[in-house]
Design a protein around this ligand. Structure first.
Ligand SMILES: Nc1ncnc2c1ncn2[C@@H]1O[C@H](COP(=O)(O)OP(=O)(O)OP(=O)(O)O)[C@@H](O)[C@H]1O
Ligand SMILES: [Mg+2]
Length: 624
């Protein structure tokens, strides 16, 4: 059987269950109640054939032999009543059985949902503690499939699969003991075809599950194709690729249809196979049990009960095939979910006494970086040194610019300072305390970090901006918007700050996203500001406007401002220049220009570019 997700199942054994036991332990009484109700329901179901059989025997006795009837205390008029009472008894038992069965289902299925809800919650909580280096090693799709599909498989393992196994198991045990009680030899013969059918059912179930999975993937491909065609409609039309694109859609659609037909075929074969089992059992009963009735070895009523028991057992045998492969699938999923839980968080809080000592986080904002080197691993396990022996110190309140060519390590440096990635002891100190000694939340609470990729949640703009400061007033939000120059864009938004933005809302432009991220940290009023190229998607004019809005805000805060334009940082107190992970120069704008090194050459190149752009925009100045 192929694994349910792209990841190979690591260990598909049920001792993985120990991992999820804690989630179910708190609901154990519900499982006990459910289990008892389940056994009760099975007993009640099994009594129906028994009642029917014994009623038939008593009726037969009454009809055949008046003396016997009298010995049973029956008169002729009582016979009708006997039949009626038997029927009524069966009805009551069947009704009671249905009620108890419903209770068992509600308990077990409901509890499995409750427990899996807890499991999902703590998995998510755990995932959030894992560091970016873990995510760099994992494909997001694979993680999603673990967090969503595999958890679903675990739920079906502890819900329907458990329920069905327990129910069918109990049914087999109870029905077989009733049957053995009637006639061991007849029972042995009658259940002969069962193992073969069970084996068939298991094979067919595996086929059905494999094909349905393939069909599901086919559907995903179709929707992906539709999305691509719709969003690429402009390109397709402009290149007159309609037929070609339709052809590609057709291929996916055909594959999807074929898979579904396979599923339907396999289902039909399984269904007819299982009704065969019922018929074969009746055949055996008639051939072997019939003569036994005639010979008086068993009564007619017993014969009838046994036939009904066999029918009762034949029905779930087909489903048992499904249950067995779900069991395997659930165990594999359990293994993969467990592996995620085994992944240790690498960004963690210090020992409690240290936490208490530094519970308030840094207050002044002096930063000292000492011999910071960093080697990161990408998804393919290749290592790469991204920071190489970087050392510098920043006084409280200083504004420090960081420039360097793309890929020189500016973002990684800021991530390390924001404790988004792991650093070692004695590499980074804030206010003369190693960053590893601060509680994570306290440290991050005093750092306003704007990542290079601004991210907005699907929520109103105001809510997005007040993320770090949920009790901010409208006026404060307005002020932050004004300083980050996002206010001027508000009339483009249909509902102003109440407009839902992000993935499922209005798509803000790259520059608008960056300014929203800036507004977010300005509202937070942190002691340390780490801004990772917040102007990369903003034009030079707006950059200047934002910078002048930010200026009062930089006062009294320690700020690191990464920029790809030298002009953005030229008024900073100091500028760090990174190249291939090394800190190659530092100083004021004037000092660095005088030095005529990397910074000066970056500056020259950018000025030339700006002039060329100006010439292109204003060719008339050239002509004059
Ligand atoms: N998680 C990671 N795993 C492996 N390599 C990484 C990781 N993050 C960054 N890198 C690599 O580290 C180097 C520095 O990246 P970084 O993002 O810091 O550059 P940058 O100076 O910010 O560039 P840009 O100006 O383009 O933003 C790059 O070569 C990048 O490929
Ligand atoms: Mg960067």
């Amino acid at each position: 059987m192929s694994p349910p997700t792209a990841d190979a199942p690591s260990s598909a054994s049920l001792h993985e269950l120990r991992r999820i036991v804690p989630y179910y332990r708190r609901y154990r009484w519900r499982y006990v109640v459910g289990g008892l109700a389940l056994i009760g329901a099975v007993l009640l179901r099994i009594s129906v054939p028994y009642l029917l059989g014994s009623t038939v025997d008593r009726l037969r006795a009454a009809a055949n032999d008046n003396a016997a009837a009298e010995s049973l205390g029956l008169t002729a008029t009582d016979v009708g009543q006997l039949a009626f009472m038997g029927g009524l008894g069966i009805l009551v038992v069947a009704l009671l059985g249905a009620v108890v069965r419903t209770i068992s289902r509600l308990q077990v299925l409901g509890t499995s949902r409750r427990a899996v809800h807890d499991l999902r919650q703590s998995l998510m909580q755990h995932l959030l503690t894992l560091s970016p280096s873990f995510y760099a090693r994992q494909a997001t799709g694979g993680l999603m499939s673990r967090a969503v599909n595999d958890v679903q498989f675990v739920q079906s393992l502890m819900g329907p699969v458990f329920l069905y196994l327990a129910e069918t198991g109990a049914l087999y045990v109870v029905a077989l003991s009733f049957m053995l009680n009637i006639s061991p030899s007849l029972t042995a013969v009658a259940i002969l075809p069962f193992p073969f059918f069970l084996w068939r059912a298991r094979r067919m179930a595996a086929v059905i599950q494999r094909e349905s999975r393939a069909a599901q993937e086919g559907l995903a491909q179709i929707s992906q194709k539709v999305e691509e065609s719709l969003s690429g409609a402009m390109v397709i039309r402009s290149l007159a690729l309609e037929d070609f694109d339709l052809g590609r859609f057709q291929t996916h659609a055909d594959a999807y249809r074929d898979r579904n037909l396979q599923v339907a075929k396999a289902r039909a074969r399984l269904g007819s196979g299982m009704s065969m089992l019922g018929s074969i059992s009746v055949l055996i009963m008639l051939a072997v049990g019939g003569p036994m009735v005639v010979d008086g070895k068993i009564t007619l009523g017993n014969f009838l009960s046994m036939t009904l028991y066999l029918q009762m057992l034949a029905a779930p045998t087909g489903v048992l095939g499904f249950v067995m492969s779900s069991l395997q699938r659930g165990a594999a999923a359990l293994g993969r979910v467990g592996e995620l839980f085994d992944e240790k968080a690498t960004l963690f809080d210090p020992a409690p006494e240290k936490q208490k000592q530094h519970a308030d986080g840094p207050s002044a904002g002096a930063i000292r970086v000492t011999n910071l080197s960093m080697t990161l691993q990408n998804r393919h396990g290749q290592e790469r040194q991204v920071l190489d022996d970087v050392s510098f110190a920043i006084e409280p309140g200083e504004l420090v610019g960081v420039v360097g060519p793309t890929g020189s390590g500016k973002s990684v440096l800021l991530q390390a300072l924001a404790r988004q990635i792991e650093v070692e002891r004695n590499q980074i100190a804030v206010d003369n305390t190693d960053v590893l000694d601060y509680p994570l939340a306290a440290l991050r609470g005093s750092i306003g970090y704007v990542p290079q990729e601004g991210f907005l949640f699907s929520a109103p703009l105001a809510e997005n901006i007040a993320l770090g400061q949920p009790d901010a007033s409208d006026e404060q939000i307005r002020e932050a918007l004004r300083a980050s120059q996002l206010e001027q864009d508000l009339d483009q938004l249909p509902q102003g700050t109440a407009t839902v933005v992000g993935e499922r809302g209005l798509n803000l432009s790259g520059g608008q996203r960056q300014r929203a991220a800036l507004a977010r940290v300005m509202l937070m009023q942190p002691q340390i500001l780490l801004l990772d190229d917040p102007f990369s998607a903003v034009d030079a004019h707006t950059t200047d406007a934002i910078l002048s809005g930010l200026r009062p805000y930089f006062d009294g805060r320690t700020s690191l401002l990464v920029a790809h334009r030298v002009a953005t940082v030229q008024h900073a107190d100091r500028i760090l220049v990174l190249d291939s992970g090394r800190l190659v120069e530092q100083g004021t704008h004037e000092e660095l220009i005088a030095k005529n090194g990397l910074y000066a050459s970056l500056d020259r190149r950018q000025q030339e570019q700006a002039e060329r752009a100006h010439d292109v925009d204003h060719p008339e100045t050239e002509a004059e």
